[in-house]
Write a protein that binds this ligand. Structure first.
Ligand SMILES: *[C@@H]1O[C@H](CO)[C@@H](O)[C@H](O)[C@H]1NC(C)=O
Length: 223
């Protein structure tokens, strides 16, 4: 039994180091500034719905084939860390995601501690962040990009009508545990859980075609 646990532990540690090695060396489709600059064009909008429509169009033009098709663009509730929000996934793979996020009611709670860097560019509303170890908060406004580096933790609070564009880079499957935490242990809204998993799986399936192309290139270059 003890030997089994030791082997399992060694296996987990090797996995973590391999994934970390891969994350630090792989190339990425998106970057923080590219995503933020698309969001910033719509700062101060009075019609966030229309702005989001344009933002999705822009992403579709710049990253052809990597954005979910219109029939799979949907708003899904998310309950985690005590807060409740809604997100609309545009792109996701094992190492990146782009989504629209926000809330129509004031909400606050725990940010989550992730194995991913997350940046949020605010389009409307305000985002209050109270970082671990600090005795005061920082309030971010439309146009600002809020960084949440992997391993960091904060209390977060969003005002009513806060909407933003979010980019995540890291080991994305690891963020699902926190993302679904309150759905599993509090709201027990398993239909929402199904929607979350469904949209992530759809996005992953969309990327498998590109993975195959990458893989073929690697083989071709090696030969
Ligand atoms: C996350 O951010 C940290 C600090 O800026 C950086 O060192 C690290 O390489 C980033 N990780 C990824 C996967 O980009």
């Amino acid at each position: 039994m003890l030997r089994f646990i030791a082997k399992l532990l060694i296996f987990v540690v090797i996995c973590i180091f391999s994934i970390q090695y891969w994350l630090e060396r792989k190339s990425y489709l998106f970057d923080e500034e590219a995503v933020a600059s698309i969001a910033r064009k719509h700062v101060g909008t009075t019609d966030v719905k229309a702005s989001f429509k344009k933002i999705i169009q822009t992403f579709r033009q710049r990253y052809p084939g990597h954005i979910l098709p219109p029939e799979h663009i949907e708003w899904v509730f998310i309950n985690a860390g005590g807060w409740m929000g809604s997100f609309c996934l545009l792109h996701a793979s094992l190492t990146e995601y782009v989504l629209l996020f926000g809330t129509a009611v004031p909400t606050s709670g725990h940010s989550g501690r992730y194995w991913a860097n997350i940046s949020d560019t605010i389009v409307t509303g305000s985002f209050m962040q109270w970082k671990e170890g600090e005795l005061s908060n920082v309030v971010y406004k439309p146009g600002d990009t809020v960084l949440h580096v992997w391993g960091d933790v904060a209390a977060v609070s969003w005002a009513e009508g806060t909407w933003m564009v979010e980019y995540g880079r890291g080991f994305i499957p690891s963020t699902l545990g926190f993302g679904l935490s309150d759905t599993i242990f509090s709201t027990q809204d398993f239909l929402t859980m199904y929607y979350v998993l469904r949209v992530y799986i759809r996005a992953l399936l969309q990327e498998t075609g590109f993975l195959w192309v990458d893989f073929k290139n690697v083989i071709k270059n090696a030969l």
